[in-house]
Design a binder for this molecule. Structure first.
Ligand code: SF4
Length: 1020
């Protein structure tokens, strides 16, 4: 019999999680989800996903929830520190902020007056480059970058120089319409909640997901098919798919001509100064060959209406046999039409047609053949070059199968599946739109094949070209910003190349003429001296790494130690754990940081470091500026940096203080922490230094703090860090005068602003008049000119010509062959540099790291809740690999590369292809760092593969990096493995070990967080 109602206990089924709630933006990884932080008695009770937020729509991951432990971490720094012991010892004395800022100003002021380049300013994954880059420009140093060169600049540069946008933060799959998704080298933390939500949608729709990755973890685990590719061979796999699509005539020529440069004419003049450049008219406009024209330049006519006219169709010029074929690409079938690619490539038309402007629309541009221009020069369309190269038998599935580790039949099947998904699904959205030339379309024709890629393809020395290969594959399928495909996120797409070149000269007031990072258009934009040597301390934008758009964080400490190309005075770093997991060659890097010259002075004279936590790098600073946690400060997730937009909306966001740092001691009973947000400190320093834009003529600081800067700084008239609620009354968006209430408007709106892309503007953004007008109004593009996808890159060809001895700016002799080889205007594939024959024989296994889904860099691996998932890493290998090398599960093993050896514990896992071993990154810690106990598993059993990764290439002076962009090639690592039998192995300790850093008492007490809330509730 049920108990009577009166006997039932009073249950509150929906207790409030706290007394007060504040909405802000998560910073437990790079995804920037919206969160609600619930507070009870001034302490964080609970972190919840914000259901209204466009990034995560209420979803919160384990990392986001454990932000509580990040905020209350025992590793938090509490006060500015001045080194008193030897560098690296961790001996400091606490000082007041005034003293700290006076010291920093005293170091920096003479540099600014003498030579601003003696300051090297490098940051980690800090999400505030819109400020830090501007600050460096105002200081006048060219030696600035964030962590992108170490992370994924190959993806960014490969995309931006090809599509005007890129994977990951600048684009996304069409989660609503894709029917086939290929994930290339995507690990678990990049990105997180947005991709999980999207994958859920795809699963619900029945789309096929294919994961291409040597390790099957995370997203690969829920994929319908896992392709366990051999590391570094992704580009070759992509070429085999391209080969098959060309061979089957399953490509979208229509799309390639309409939106890309497939029909642009490339001059063929071997040995000439113009070889490989685009044929252009006298005004510099690119030309194509109009097969229907009689003669002379075809004018750009008034717009034509309707589908199927003008460039809707591609006319193939008469082939050798005199046959003429008219293609309606994309909807054509291999058996219904002659082959444009492999049959037409021998065609040569000297009697029919004429050059025309490439963006004319009522023409029949040729895509194959060779043509004679009126001035007698020969030229071929880009597509002809594509067909010539990728139809070559060296890229046939049978030819690449063994190197990629993928059966040839699988490659052929994937190519067929891609084509079927793209062309046979007949996806079309009933949305009328107008293209950039004024032609009206009744619908948006889809190509529901999407791709998404990340570090697995990027962190190789061939990563730039691999990224370009993937983009070529996408464009062949017509699958860039078409319904169902990869989609741009505003403010992308941008013109190709982006107009902002790297700053190189100083103005009279000492500021740089442009921000230090930018996009090189040709050899004239490099930062080299008259002899062609690098000017930057990281050698970015030199002949060694010309398109190093994100700088080269990974080379700074070696070069600063060596004084190459010049000595620096001060190294200013923020949130970059460069003495441990954020560097290659970790052991030697620590030595460089502490090395002294013959006078007993440190070779890197001064190091200023800012971090919120007692990371390994803190020990190597002379002056430590303690940062706040992400819940204690203002941040702008800005359109000028990496906003939170998705394909359907532009969006940016803020963080704001949920808690006051001055009331948050490291431990209960201790005095309050005396910490400041680094961005505010930077502005304070700028004012003390009198930097233009940061101090008025009488020395008064222009900005009170970072919050004031976010609101009032204008990069250009009406353009500031935040796009929402601009104008004095907050009625303008995108551009408008500063609004003093702007931050409050953001706070009231849950911490973000967004504006939807109009429905008719959501696809084909690169050539959609509606989108381009919308983007121009918001300030994302300067004009409504279409953005033409660059399958063939003239920028790269300019470098190759320079290397062949043409032009005013040529590389020094020692770089010529390298530049000529790797600056191929079409995507190429080559073995990763560390995979040469000698290395492959001596070191038969690939070794890669993966990021755990439950941790983000070294931040997460000190977080008390995330540590409950794991406190150490293993070297994972396939059981067959273990058997092959005489290793049993959980044996201690020695892992050796050409650079060094480590000892680690092996663990068998079936989720890896047998030629590859792998581990989680950044879990291994140095003893004492992050205030973990000296015997914490992270330092006793955890390890870093970084010790095995050389920062230099074997047998050369070049960095272990991509030769085009300078991207750190840390996934090129090759190793050998063997069971250890030396005495250390019996102690079950990973090697190498380093002396413990004394950062104070470790707090390893059992986690009792939350017990106080329960006790308080009981007593209420
Ligand atoms: S995905 Fe990243 S930003 Fe989003 S809740 Fe998780 S940790 Fe925070």
């Amino acid at each position: 019999m049920p108990a009577s109602r009166s006997n039932e206990p009073a249950l509150n089924l929906s207790p409030s999680p706290g007394d007060e709630v504040k909405t802000t933006t998560c910073y437990m990884c790079a995804c920037r989800c919206g969160i609600k932080v619930w507070l009870t008695d001034g302490k964080i009770r609970y972190i919840q996903g914000n259901p209204e937020h466009p990034v995560n729509r209420g979803v919160l991951c384990a990392k986001g929830a454990s932000g509580i432990m990040q905020h209350y971490s025992p590793a938090r720094l509490g006060k500015p520190l001045l080194r008193v012991g030897e560098r690296g010892s961790g001996e400091f004395r606490e000082i007041e902020w005034d003293e700290a800022l006076q010291i920093a100003t005293g170091w920096l002021k003479p540099i600014r007056e003498r030579n601003p380049d003696e300051l090297a300013f490098f940051t980690g994954r800090d999400q505030s480059q819109a400020l830090t880059g501007w600050w460096a420009q105002q200081f006048g140093t060219i030696n600035y970058a964030a962590h992108g060169g170490f992370c994924s600049v190959n993806m960014a540069a490969g995309g931006l120089y090809t599509l005007g946008g890129s994977f990951w933060e600048f684009g996304e799959p069409d989660w609503d319409h894709a029917r086939y998704l290929m994930l290339w080298g995507v690990a678990e933390d990049h990105d997180s909640n947005p991709i999980k939500l999207g994958l859920g949608k795809l699963k619900a729709h029945g789309a096929k997901i294919v994961a291409v990755n040597p390790v099957r973890s995370g997203y690969g685990a829920i994929a319908d098919e896992w392709i366990g590719i051999r590391p570094g061979s992704d580009g070759l796999f992509a070429f085999a798919l391209i080969h098959e699509l060309l061979r089957m005539d399953r490509i979208d020529l229509d799309y390639m001509v309409r939106y890309a440069n497939a029909h642009w004419l490339v001059i063929r003049n071997p040995g000439g100064t113009d070889d490989g450049l685009f044929a252009r008219d006298t005004e510099g406009r690119p030309l194509c060959w109009d097969s229907a024209a009689k003669s002379g330049l075809h004018p750009n006519p008034s717009p034509l209406a309707g589908e199927g006219t003008g460039a809707d169709s591609v006319q193939i010029p008469p082939r050798a046999g005199g046959e003429e074929a008219r293609l309606r690409a994309g909807d054509s079938r291999a058996d219904e039409r002659p082959s444009a690619a492999h049959e037409g490539q021998t065609g040569r038309d000297q009697g029919v047609g004429a050059p025309a402007l490439a963006d004319a629309i009522d023409i029949s541009p040729a895509v194959v053949g060779e043509y004679v221009l009126p001035d007698g020069r020969r030229a071929v369309p880009v597509f002809q070059l594509i067909a010539e190269r990728y139809l070559d038998p060296q890229y046939a599935p049978d030819a690449v199968s063994e190197r990629c580790g993928i059966p040839a039949n699988t490659i052929r099947r994937i190519a067929r599946e891609l084509a079927e998904a793209a062309f046979d699904s007949k996806l079309a959205l009933p949305v009328a739109w107008t293209d950039a030339w004024g032609r009206e379309h009744k619908e948006m024709v889809g190509r529901p094949v999407a791709m998404h890629a990340m570090r697995g393809i990027s962190a190789h020395s061939n990563g730039f070209h691999t990224c370009r290969a993937l983009h070529l594959l996408q464009v062949l399928l017509g699958a860039v910003d078409a319904p169902g495909s990869f989609r741009y996120q505003p403010p992308y797409p941008k013109p190709i190349p982006l107009p902002n070149r790297p700053g190189r000269m100083r103005r009279e007031n000492g500021t740089l003429d442009a921000a230090p990072l930018g996009y090189v258009h040709g050899p004239e934009d490099l930062l080299v001296d008259e002899a062609g040597n690098p000017r930057r301390i990281d050698h970015a934008f030199s002949w060694s790494y010309p398109l190093a758009a994100h700088g080269m964080l990974h080379t700074v400490i070696r070069n600063a130690h060596a004084g190459d190309p010049h000595k620096i005075d001060t190294l200013l770093m923020f949130m970059a754990n460069m003495s441990w997991n954020s560097t290659m060659n970790t052991g030697q890097t620590m030595q460089w940081l502490t090395d002294k010259d013959e006078d007993g002075e440190y070779r890197i004279p001064r190091i200023i470091y800012s971090d919120a936590y007692a990371s390994e790098m803190v020990a190597y600073a002379d002056l430590v500026l303690p940062d706040t946690t992400y819940l204690e400060r203002f941040d702008a997730i800005s359109m000028l940096d990496r906003p939170i937009s998705d394909a359907d909306r532009a969006a940016d966001a803020i963080r704001h203080p949920v808690l006051d740092a001055s009331t948050q001691p490291v431990e209960a009973g201790q005095s309050a922490r005396d910490v400041r947000g680094f961005q505010s400190v930077l502005l304070d320093l700028g004012a003390r230094l009198g930097l233009p834009g940061m101090a008025d003529t009488d020395g008064t600081p222009t900005y009170r703090d970072y919050a004031d800067y976010i609101v009032n700084h204008e990069r250009a008239p009406g353009v500031g860090l935040l796009a929402g609620w601009r104008g004095s009354d907050g009625s303008q968006h995108g551009k408008g005068a500063p609004n003093p209430d702007q931050l409050q408007r953001y706070i009231d709106n849950g911490g973000f602003w967004s504006e939807e892309v109009p429905e008719h503007a959501r696809y084909f953004k690169m050539a959609n008049r509606g989108y381009l007008e919308w983007a121009q109004r918001l300030g994302y593009v300067g004009s409504t000119d279409p953005i033409v996808l660059q399958l063939y890159s003239e920028t790269l060809q300019k470098f190759r010509l320079a290397a062949q001895g043409h032009g005013e700016h040529q590389p020094p002799a020692q770089h010529r062959e390298r530049v000529a080889t790797y600056f191929d205007p079409l995507p190429i594939w080559y073995e990763p540099f560390e995979h040469d024959q000698t290395s492959r024989e001596a070191f038969p296994l690939n070794a890669v790291t993966q990021r755990p889904m439950f941790m983000y860099h070294s931040w997460g691996s000190q977080n008390a809740w995330q540590r409950q998932i794991t406190t150490r890493n293993y070297l994972y290998m396939h059981p067959d690999t273990g058997v092959q090398y005489g290793i049993a599960d959980e044996d201690w093993i020695e892992v050796t590369s050409h650079h060094g050896s480590i000892t680690a514990q092996a663990k068998f896992a079936g989720n890896v292809q047998p030629d590859t071993v792998w581990s989680w990154n950044a879990i291994g810690k140095r003893k004492g760092a992050w205030r973990l106990a000296n015997d914490a598993p992270e330092s006793r059993k955890g390890f870093l593969l970084n010790h095995l990764i050389s920062d230099k290439l074997p047998r050369t002076d070049y960095a272990n990096a991509d030769p085009v962009t300078g991207q750190a090639a840390w996934f090129d690592l090759r190793v050998s493995i063997g069971k250890v039998d030396h005495p250390e192995a019996t102690s079950a300790t990973s090697l190498p070990q380093f002396p413990a850093i004394d950062f104070g008492k470790a707090d390893e007490a059992p986690l009792r967080y939350g017990a106080g809330f329960r006790d308080a509730r009981r007593t209420r």
